[in-house]
Design a protein around this ligand. Sequence first.
Ligand code: NAD
Length: 227
Amino acid sequence: MFKKIVVFTGAGISAESGLGTFRDVGGLWKKYNIEDVATPEAFNKNPSLVLDFYNQRRKQLLKSKPNVAHLSLAKLQKKFNLVVITQNIDNLHERSGVKNIIHLHGKLTESRSTLDNKIYPINNSELNLGDLCSKGGQLRPNVVWFGEDVPNMNNAIDEVKSASIFIIIGTSLNVYPAANLINYCLKSQRIILIDPNPTRINGVEIFAKKATEFVPKLVDDLLSSNN
Ligand code: NAD
């Protein structure tokens, strides 16, 4: 049976595809307040502003492509049971060919009914006021806003517990509950963190490098190892 590798990614893996991170210099939170665009309260108060913020993110996504870090990870599927757990709302892991992906914070390419949580694809790049679900309710982006539940968290925890290797890429580990995933690793698991500005954690192999610089090498090493 294939060994399981679980990869946990954050905004940093998509930074070199041209999608801004949140907390870096020039990051999105320097340009917007979280409270104004990524909370349920913001959507109630000013839905047009929130929809416009995500419309801009979606347009940027349409112009970007998976980078070599995304593409290398997909190669792990040749030899390992690969699960990618991502905090990202972009679809660059899907477009790089990864089959098993858990989106903790939802997807930019989907909308959700404000009446019954039913999910709909967003066929063009925009979601606007007046775009309604089949029951007549306003559609919102299918993303998890600050203060909302993370429905896929339990699935993600189960995957982490059963992995042989846990690889963390490009996350400041500031957003909870996602950042708690590392606490479900067992002592026997190898844990690797790749981030140019890494959070120091005991027992973790840390590589203070950009994703495109280090992920391809790590993947080659894992594929050529005898495990
Ligand atoms: P964050 O902005 O808090 O942290 C980004 C991390 O990426 C930092 O630690 C930074 O050092 C690192 N980084 C920067 N450039 C890198 C590179 N080239 N290679 C590797 N790492 C690099 O982002 P986060 O921890 O993912 O958490 C914040 C939230 O941001 C998430 O909930 C996510 O939904 C959201 N977000 C998503 C996207 C996206 O979908 N692409 C973009 C921005 C924010």
